[in-house]
Write a protein that binds this ligand. Structure first.
Ligand SMILES: Nc1ncnc2c1ncn2[C@@H]1O[C@H](COP(=O)(O)OP(=O)(O)OP(=O)(O)O)[C@@H](O)[C@H]1O
Length: 283
């Protein structure tokens, strides 16, 4: 990267001594008859931020599901902190793609975060005031404290999203999986969440695997990009991957990429299954 905005900057954590938290080797994932991606080698180290881009259906969410142990690889290996993935561990925090919450759900914001805290994971169950303080701190961290006691169904999409982020951070995970977490957040709150993620990886060495259609809002944090398309992929720094040559090759048609004012502007040839690579033309 040659340009950065503000004080946030990639950490370039991918150096020898930093522990590897996620490792994929020659990994392949099938869904039904379709191979979503294959031959994928990727190591994610503590504190590193990797953005996962690609058109609809290219297997970005499926990658997160594989890391969570919800779907097995069809070939290759996947290790979390040196071990095969398993469900329910506290090494991983997960911000799923946004789903509508039923308007009449009685669950309040603090109840959702409490589900994430689950004191048993720390050996000593948190109770009473300790638990309440922990939940309050998490809600404050994402700027959601003022509606802690509101039923989730009454919150806006963006407000619900912030509560989900607090839930995902509850175990202080080594690896945070984010599936388009900025969706439906206004620019102010997008910025606040980007700052929060940056703080987390700097102060707690949290590694972040961040699925997005919009690279620009997180660009200042991005160490590397994993771009999935048409069953193939490229991994590298943003400047290595976000080029006309690489994206044209991945999409099998002319795609033009321009770097201007610290942002990538992308104009794509019509692509049958996805006409809007990497969030479309961004200005
Ligand atoms: N449980 C499943 N069984 C069979 N096929 C599935 C399943 N889940 C997803 N798929 C298929 O796998 C492909 C990849 O889906 P995935 O959700 O990983 O894509 P994505 O890159 O995250 O897309 P988007 O940008 O639209 O969120 C899609 O074609 C989808 O239909």
């Amino acid at each position: 990267m040659t340009e950065q905005s503000g004080t946030i900057a990639p950490r370039a954590a991918s150096t020898g001594g930093t522990p590897v938290v996620l490792s994929l080797t020659d990994a392949e994932l099938r869904r039904g008859e379709r191979v979503l991606w294959s031959g994928l080698d990727l190591e994610l180290r503590r504190g590193e931020f990797v953005a996962v881009l690609g058109p609809n259906g290219s297997g970005k969410t499926s990658l997160l599901h594989a890391v969570l142990g919800q779907v097995p690889l069809s070939a290759g290996t996947l290790l979390i902190d040196g071990r095969p993935p398993r469900r329910g561990g506290d090494l991983i925090g997960y911000i799923p793609q946004q789903r509508a919450v039923a308007p009449h759900t009685p669950l309040r914001a603090r109840d959702l975060v409490r589900l994430g805290v689950d004191g048993h994971r720390w050996g000593l169950p948190l109770g009473g005031r300790g638990l309440r303080r922990r939940i309050d701190d998490l809600l404050t961290e994402v700027g959601a404290h003022e509606y802690a006691d509101m039923p989730l169904g009454l919150l806006s999409g963006g407000e619900q999203q912030r509560v989900r982020i607090a839930q995902a951070l509850a175990t202080d995970p080594a690896l945070l999986l984010c599936d388009e977490p900025l969706l439906s957040l206004d620019p102010h709150h997008q910025h606040a969440i980007v700052d929060l993620l940056d703080r987390r990886r700097r102060t707690r060495d949290t590694a972040v695997l961040f699925v997005t259609h919009e690279l620009n809002p997180v660009l200042p944090l991005v160490d590397r990009v994993l771009y999935l398309a048409g069953g193939r992929f490229r991994v590298g720094t943003p400047d290595e991957v976000m080029t006309s040559a690489v994206l044209s090759d991945l999409y099998g048609g002319p795609v033009e990429v321009v770097r201007a004012h610290g942002r990538y502007l992308i104009a794509g040839a019509p692509i049958p299954h996805h006409a809007d690579p990497a969030g479309g033309v961004q200005s």
